[in-house]
Design a protein around this ligand. Structure first.
Ligand code: FAD
Length: 405
């Protein structure tokens, strides 16, 4: 039995253990993770790690000795298959492990294609080190890559692979890339950038079947029967939250596990944090959402750790931020653009340094800043203040943003 059991050794799980010890929590802690590695940073998997520019040991969230020095038991390569909320135990194979409090930080698994051929060799998700290592071993014999899904992960992978000399085609079902997360001007900018780098961007196309021979992918057949040849397919169509064991134990939820403002699930002594936590976010007008970001994973983890350690019972209230690297473009996002009714473009995308400001009922709710770190830093104050600046001044790149807060 451990005083705290953390399920999931990813960003949220690691930070929960770190923050518990930072808050001087003296009880026993175990982290159970089904990947074999110590906690590592996931964002580089589609960026510098895939590019071969960063070795795995530089992805570790803490050096290996950290966990034993802090007396955190790392039970790795082990999967929790069931939770007994009444008995306060989790099952790992035949073994029941008792807990005082349980922190569920299971993240998500890549959503799989449902069409035939989805399991051919050469079809990859990008979620874990193992996914990317496997993909990288095939790169030497790969010429043509099809990326299914024009979200951040798909676009980042496309940027890296085209720089590695692969012929890359991105297939997107919507009429623009990043449609789920960004405004049209940002989508158009990234489409142009990718095309300028030689990536083929195909919009409004649906995948019918993955074609293959001898169980190995050879192409992607579209709904109009066109076949896009491929010797590798990368599927970046989102994640399915890893919450089945918790829902089976009776926790409320569906698309994620539902938590209250303190990240508590409907089950006693069980919290959920990170990608899998369906929470009312203050920066989305309290709408229940899951946020897939390092910021959210870390800040929810810290919130729960402080509550368990008894140092703070403040609800989760952290401004969302996110980043994406493609080519030499550094995108930084602050706030959530959900429900925006107006955008203001600040600067000229042709200069490759600009920001897109999102407003809702006149108030700034988010900014996407491309190679524009100053806007990102100062725009944060606008979001936090709920500022309602004159759009004409907002659009003027000569206008210092912080003066509008
Ligand atoms: P995860 O980090 O996924 O960790 C969950 C862990 O739990 C996994 O190891 C999983 O295997 C394990 N697990 C699940 N179920 C069980 C079980 N039953 N028993 C034991 N273990 C279990 N975010 C950003 O902010 N910026 C970025 O640029 C960015 N880029 C990204 C690029 C890629 C390729 C990916 C995949 C993600 C990226 N993200 C980015 C998102 C970010 O990595 C996630 O939001 C973050 O990892 C969420 O942390 P988490 O702990 O909730 O989940």
């Amino acid at each position: 039995r451990y005083d705290v059991v953390i399920v999931g050794a990813g960003h949220a799980g690691a930070q929960a253990a770190i923050a518990l010890r930072q808050a001087k929590f003296a009880g026993s802690i175990a982290v159970i993770g089904d990947e074999p590695e110590l906690p590592y940073e996931r964002p580089p998997l589609s960026k510098d790690y895939l590019a071969g520019d960063k070795p795995f040991d530089r992805l570790l969230i803490r050096p290996p000795a950290f966990w034993s020095e802090r007396d955190v038991a790392m039970l790795l390569g082990q999967r929790v298959t069931a939770v007994d909320a009444a008995a306060h135990t989790v099952s790992v194979g035949e073994t029941a492990i008792g807990y005082g409090r349980l922190i569920w930080a299971g993240g998500g698994s890549p959503r799989r294609l449902s069409c035939s051929g989805h399991d051919y060799a050469g079809v990859h998700g990008v979620r874990t080190r193992a996914d990317v290592d496997k993909l990288m071993t095939e790169l030497a014999t790969t010429t043509r890559v099809v990326v299914i899904g024009g979200g951040y992960i798909g676009l980042e992978a496309a940027a890296v692979l085209t720089k590695l000399g692969k012929h890359v085609t991105v297939l997107e079902a919507q009429d623009r890339v990043l449609a789920r997360v960004a405004g049209a001007q940002l989508s158009r900018f990234y489409e142009m950038e990718h095309r300028a780098h030689g990536v083929e961007i195909r919009l409004g196309v649906t995948v019918d079947v993955i074609e293959g021979a001898a169980d190995k992918v050879t192409g992607v057949r579209l709904a109009d029967r066109e076949i896009v040849p491929a010797d590798m397919v990368i599927v970046g169509i989102g994640i399915v939250p890893e919450v089945a064991a918790l829902l089976a134990a009776g926790a409320e939820g569906g698309n994620g596990v539902a938590v209250d403002r303190h990240c508590r699930t409907s089950l006693p002594d069980i919290y959920a944090i990170g990608d899998c936590a369906l929470h009312a976010n203050d920066f989305a007008d309290g709408a229940p959402i899951r946020l897939e970001s390092v910021q959210n994973a870390n800040d929810q983890a810290t919130c729960v750790a402080k509550a368990i350690a008894g140092v703070s019972d403040a609800p989760y209230h952290a401004i969302p931020w996110f980043w994406s690297n493609q080519y030499d473009l550094k995108l930084q996002t602050v706030g959530l653009s959900i429900g925006y009714d107006q955008t203001v473009l600040r600067g000229d995308p042709a200069t490759r340094s600009f920001s897109l400001v999102y407003l809702k009922a006149g108030r700034v709710i988010a900014l996407d800043c491309v190679n524009a770190t100053r806007d990102y830093v100062q725009g944060r104050a606008l979001v936090l203040a709920g500022a309602a600046p004159d759009p004409a001044r907002l659009a003027d790149p000569g206008q210092v943003l912080k003066e509008l807060a």
